[in-house]
Design a protein around this ligand. Structure first.
Ligand SMILES: Cc1cc2nc3c(=O)[nH]c(=O)nc-3n(C[C@H](O)[C@H](O)[C@H](O)COP(=O)(O)O)c2cc1C
Length: 128
């Protein structure tokens, strides 16, 4: 689907990466909403779903946070395979079973409210 996919209340998108951001796993909700099969995602850099409206600084902050062993939360606009997009509220965890992301990272995403999306859009327009 192109245009916006608005998450359902029950959508919950999970992906796991290695320490460099290469996708190791994605759950059904992630695959369906992004428009890829799991096979198409495994081994790809997570930037495969990057949307050009996302400021670089947001991902810099994400990486600095998880690489120092802390949890990052934030709003992310992602691209779908066929030119659509969807907004998520993401929580990215350094793998808590290992130190400082040595075992990679895990992201869990849920539906943000329209107000939260509007605020993130305003903020990201001021960032690069
Ligand atoms: C666990 C995890 C999940 C990520 N999820 C996303 C995501 O959903 N969308 C996205 O654009 N980048 C995501 N990233 C960040 C990407 O790795 C990448 O930094 C970003 O897409 C920007 O691309 P670039 O680093 O090539 O500029 C995630 C990173 C990690 C560690």
């Amino acid at each position: 689907m192109n245009g916006e996919y608005v998450l359902r209340d029950t959508d919950f998108l999970v992906s796991q990466t290695d320490e460099k951001g290469k996708i190791l796993f994605a759950n059904d909700d992630f695959c369906k909403i992004a428009g890829y099969t799991l096979d198409e995602l495994i081994g790809k850099p997570h930037s495969i779903v990057r949307h050009p409206d996302m400021p670089k600084a947001a991902f810099k902050d994400l990486w600095e946070t998880v690489q120092s062993g802390r949890i990052w939360t934030g709003y992310v606009k992602n691209a779908t395979k066929n030119g659509g997009y969807y907004w998520v509220y993401a929580t990215v965890y350094p793998n808590i079973a290992c130190d400082h992301g040595g075992c990679g990272y895990l992201s869990c995403r849920r539906k943000p409210s329209r107000d939260e999306i509007a605020a993130a859009e305003r903020l990201y327009k001021t960032m690069s």
